[in-house]
Design a binder for this molecule. Structure first.
Ligand code: B12
Ligand code: SF4
Ligand code: SF4
Length: 384
C-alpha cells in the first residue's frame, strides 16, 4: 500500500505565488536545477575574458553550472521578480545635464540584496508553516547562481539581446532573486523570446559592450567600469561614459518593452536625497565620511570613495566647461597622492581646458546621447 503524500504540491505552489505577491514580489515562478543549456555560453564567455577583473567567476564555475552544489537537498528553485523603477525617474533630464551626476536607477534607493533576501526568508517561513519538511536557501545576486537562466526557465521572462531578463508586460526594470527548496513543486514553463528583429539595445550601447546578441563584454560595459573595475578606466571609455558615475541604463532605455513598464511598489527603491539631482561638484566635494553617510544602506557604498572620485572626475571631464569644475580638479590634484586618481584628474582637467579653448567641441552631449534622449522622450514620456 502506497502512502498518500501529506502535501498537495500543486496547491502549495499556487499558495507560494500568492504569498510571494503579498510579500512584494511582482512575479513568482518555479524551475528545476538543470541549467546545462547555458554551459557552453558561460564557458565561452569566460574563455574570451569577458568577465574582466571579476575573478569570482573563475573560482566557482562548478557551482554556477550545477546549482545543486549550492544547496545539496535542492529540487526546485523559486525565482522571483521585484520591480525597482522609481517614480519620476527623470532619465532624459538627468542625462542631458552634464553638470549633474547620473546614477543608475536601480541604485537610487535601498540596497536590494538585503531587502529581497529578507523577503525570501519570510516566504520560506510561510511555506514552512504548511510544509514541515522544507529546507531552503535564499539567494539574491549573492552566490554563483545563473539568475537569468533560472528566471528564464521559471517563466519570469526571456533573455533579451542585452542579456537581461525581459517580460512582455513588465519590461526589465526588476531584480531577480531565488529560493532553493527541497520540495517537488510543479514546474512553470518558459515564455517565448520576443526580441524578434529588434537590435535597439545593441546599437545604442555607448561602448559597444553588447558584442553579440545575449553576450556582454563586461570590460566594455559602463556598469562594470564604474562599479566592478578597479584602477584606471581605459581612456577609450571615458568620453562615452558621459555623466554616468554609477551604472548605466541605456540598453534598457531604448527597449520597446520598457515603454509601459511598471514603477516600483517598494518605497525603499524610490530615489533618495541627495543621490538624485546630485551635482558633480557636490559629489566630488564629499569627504570619505560624507560619502559613507550619504550612501548608507545603498549598494553604491561598496565601491568606496576612491572609485567614486575616479568616476566623478571622468564625468567632470565630460561636462560643459566650468571654472568651478576646473578649480575643484586643481584643488584635488594638490591634495591627492594616488597615481591612478591623479591620472584621471589630469585627463579631466585637460578636457575642460580643451573645451574652453575649443580644441574639442563645446557641445554638451554626443550625437549618440542626443539620439538616446530623443528615444526616451518619445518612448518613455512618463520617465523622461
Ligand atoms: C556579473 C553581473 C554583471 C556584470 C556582467 C553582466 C552580464 N551580462 O554578464 C556587469 C557589471 C556588467 C553587470 C551589469 C548590469 N547588471 Co548585473 N549582474 C551580474 C551577475 C552578478 C552575474 C551575471 C552573469 O552570470 N554573467 C555571466 C553571463 C555569461 O551570464 P548571463 O548574463 O546570465 O548570460 C547568460 C544568458 O545570456 C544566456 N543566454 C540566454 N540565451 C542565450 C542565447 C545565446 C545565443 C547565448 C550565447 C547566450 C544566451 O547564456 C548566458 C550564460 O548562461 C547577475 C546576478 C546573477 N547572479 O546572475 C547580475 C544581474 C544580471 N545584473 C542585474 C542588473 C540590474 C544589471 C544592470 C542593469 C545594472 C545597471 N543599471 O548598471 C547592468 C546591465 C548590463 C547588461 N546589459 O547586462 C540584474 C538583472 C535583472 C534583470 N532584469 O535581468 C541581475 C540579475 C542582478 C539581480 N539579482 O537582479 N552585471
Ligand atoms: S549597461 Fe550601458 S554600457 Fe552596459 S551594455 Fe547596457 S548600454 Fe552598454
Ligand atoms: S531593445 Fe530590442 S533587442 Fe534589445 S532586449 Fe529590448 S526588444 Fe530585445
Amino acid at each position: 500500500m502506497s502512502l498518500e503524500p501529506s502535501v498537495d504540491y500543486t496547491s502549495l505552489a499556487e499558495n507560494i505565488k500568492a504569498w510571494g505577491k503579498s510579500l512584494g514580489f511582482q512575479q513568482v515562478g518555479i524551475s528545476d536545477l538543470d541549467v546545462s543549456q547555458h554551459h557552453q555560453a558561460l564557458h565561452d564567455w569566460l574563455e574570451k575574458g569577458y568577465h574582466g577583473q571579476m575573478s569570482f567567476f573563475e573560482r566557482n564555475i562548478e557551482k554556477r553550472l550545477y546549482p545543486e552544489q549550492l544547496h545539496e537537498s535542492a529540487l526546485r528553485i523559486i525565482s522571483v521578480r521585484m520591480d525597482y523603477l522609481p517614480n519620476e525617474a527623470g532619465f532624459a533630464t538627468n542625462l542631458t545635464q552634464t553638470g549633474q551626476a547620473y546614477i543608475s536607477r536601480y541604485a537610487l534607493g535601498k540596497d536590494y540584496h538585503k531587502l529581497m533576501r529578507k523577503r525570501l526568508k519570510q516566504l520560506a517561513e510561510k511555506i514552512l508553516e504548511h510544509c514541515e519538511e522544507l529546507e531552503y536557501r535564499p539567494f539574491v545576486d549573492s552566490a554563483p547562481v545563473l539568475e537569468h537562466a533560472i528566471a528564464e526557465k521559471a517563466g519570469i521572462g526571456w533573455t533579451g539581446k542585452h542579456s537581461l531578463t525581459l517580460n512582455k508586460e513588465a519590461g526589465s526594470w526588476f531584480f531577480l532573486g531565488e529560493l532553493f527548496v527541497n520540495i517537488p513543486l510543479p514546474l512553470d514553463n518558459p515564455v517565448a523570446e520576443e526580441c524578434g528583429s529588434c537590435n535597439a539595445c545593441i546599437s545604442i550601447c555607448p561602448t559597444q559592450a553588447i558584442v553579440a546578441p545575449y553576450t556582454i563584454d563586461a570590460k566594455r560595459c559602463i556598469s562594470y567600469l564604474t562599479i566592478e573595475h578597479s584602477g584606471a578606466i581605459p581612456e577609450e571609455f571615458r568620453e562615452p561614459m558621459g555623466n554616468r558615475i554609477y551604472g548605466c541604463d541605456d540598453c534598457q532605455l531604448v527597449c520597446p518593452y520598457n515603454r509601459e513598464a511598471p514603477t516600483t511598489r517598494e518605497s525603499g527603491f524610490e530615489a533618495r536625497h541627495p543621490l538624485k539631482d546630485l551635482s558633480l561638484l557636490e559629489a566630488f566635494s564629499w569627504s570619505e565620511d560624507a560619502f559613507l553617510k550619504h550612501t548608507e544602506g545603498s549598494a553604491i557604498r561598496r565601491i568606496g570613495i576612491d572609485k567614486w572620485r575616479r568616476n566623478v572626475s571622468v564625468a567632470m571631464g565630460n561636462a560643459a566647461f566650468s571654472d568651478d569644475i576646473v578649480s575643484a580638479l586643481e584643488h584635488a590634484q594638490k591634495h591627492t597622492s594616488d597615481p591612478s586618481l591623479l591620472e584621471h584628474y589630469a585627463w579631466a582637467l585637460k578636457r575642460q581646458r580643451d573645451r574652453a579653448t575649443k580644441i574639442i567641441p563645446t557641445k554638451d552631449i554626443s550625437r549618440q546621447q542626443e539620439r538616446l534622449v530623443r528615444i526616451v522622450a518619445k518612448g518613455l514620456p512618463r520617465d523622461a
